[in-house]
Ligand binder design. Structure first.
Ligand SMILES: [Zn+2]
Length: 411
């Protein structure tokens, strides 16, 4: 089955008119705003027109169901979010939301009736634009956030998430009844723009996600002895900067030696007192380590600890190594990857298997079901800006793969 490129374009362009940003300044559409309500109505009307059963949960996540022949089976789910960051782009979230809608629309037109029901989902409040709490809709849906939690979360004006959701016409107190029970969803498949440069640089149309990266933040502190930069001979120094620079210089090699998917970055460093004419007394930096396998993240962290110890001793400085943030890597099951690869080959698409480093609704849906993701290229890797762009042919290719994958796993 094939999706309709012009219809996808028309729907994405129409949704872009529900926008609070000034002309030329991209898209600002926050969840629970008037324009968000208009965008939802537009989508819900289409879903109802093609005969889907629409349900909106207690916090505004929308589900539109193509009823399967065996309603006792777990549903197959696909969709994404329809909110944006402030002055964001047209494609983030919308490609996966409109993509799922288009996929199901084609099934209806072709007379395909799945065995498992298929739910299109439009998640609420993914970007965290209101409350600086990303993926709030899917966190509530999977029980990671509770009604009590959203009574504590406030926006800049001091309005709680609970009140904002209520004022938008929903009934957040009912959310416990809408939390997804394990076993009720067979798979969640999300199409999304890549929001980075790989597909565009390498010239691929499709990224089939091989795993969703987990993260560790390792904070390393080194403590030496502050002294005069001119009067202290080199052999008498306890210089934490020398130790830090040697550790940091090794990190690149440690990551490269482990595998092709792991990434390790030092993007934050603090030096005290940070003046040019004194040996510093302290250096603190954070190593951000990500990979799609938990074991290799741990291996990388262990190796970084070992070089920290080595160079701290060599330079006679004290050190601590602390894990200050972490999230688990998410495995994409082989059977679902195999279905996607098979369908991509049937459709003759130029695809590559690649890890995902970012957080999407699917990261949380992974708590309750086997998830999968499909990426399409972001031109120059740009996202969350007005310049965000994905070629319409690439979007169509992504929707085609989504459509045929959904068919393959729902029959
Ligand atoms: Zn997104």
């Amino acid at each position: 089955m094939q999706s309709n490129r012009d219809r996808i374009k028309e729907m994405i362009e129409h949704i872009s008119t529900f926008n609070d940003a000034d002309p030329g300044e991209g898209i600002s559409r926050f969840s629970y705003s008037e324009n968000d309500a208009k965008a939802r109505k537009y989508l819900i009307d289409i879903c109802e027109d093609i005969g889907l059963k629409v349900r909106v949960d207690a916090v505004g996540n929308v589900f539109a169901r193509l009823v399967g022949t065996d309603e006792s089976l777990p549903v197959v789910m696909s969709g994404s979010h329809i909110d944006s960051v402030k002055n964001g782009g047209r494609f983030d979230g919308l490609v996966g939301s409109i993509g799922a809608l288009e996929a199901v629309r084609v099934m209806v037109e072709e007379g395909y009736q799945p065995k498992n029901s298929i739910d299109i989902v439009f998640f609420a409040e993914e970007e965290g634009s209101n409350f600086q709490v990303p993926v709030m809709g899917s966190k509530l849906l999977t029980g990671k956030l509770t009604v009590d939690d959203i009574k504590e979360i406030k926006n800049e004006a001091g309005i709680t998430a609970y009140d904002m959701i209520k004022n938008a016409g929903y009934d957040p107190d009912n959310m416990p009844n809408d939390v997804i029970a394990p076993g009720t969803v067979k798979n969640m498949i999300e199409l999304h723009i890549e929001q980075s440069v790989r597909l565009d640089k390498e010239g691929h149309t499709i990224g089939i996600i091989s795993g969703i990266a987990g993260l560790n933040w390792i904070t390393i502190t080194l403590e030496g002895v502050q002294n005069h930069a001119g009067a202290t001979p080199m052999f008498l120094r306890q210089d934490p900067m020398v130790a830090a620079s040697k550790i940091i210089a090794e990190i690149d090699g440690i990551a490269k030696a482990i595998n092709d998917t792991i990434v390790a970055t030092v993007g934050y460093i603090e030096v005290t007192p940070n003046i040019p004419n004194a040996i510093p007394n302290g250096v603190k930096f954070v190593v951000d380590v990500r990979d799609i396998q938990q074991e290799t993240i741990q291996q990388c962290v262990d190796e970084i600890k070992a070089v920290t110890e080595k160079y701290a001793k060599e330079n006679d400085v004290k050190f601590t190594v602390e894990k200050t943030a972490s999230s688990e890597a998410i495995k994409i099951q082989d059977y679902i990857k195999e279905v996607m690869v098979e369908q991509a080959e049937k459709l003759d698409l130029d695809y590559v298997l690649m890890p995902s480093g970012a957080v999407h609704d699917s990261n949380y849906m992974a708590e309750v079901t086997d998830v999968a993701m499909i990426f399409v290229p972001s031109v120059d890797g740009r996202s969350h800006v007005n310049e965000e762009y994905t070629d319409w042919d690439d979007i169509k290719a992504g929707v085609d793969l989504l459509l045929n994958t959904l068919v393959a796993i729902s029959q």
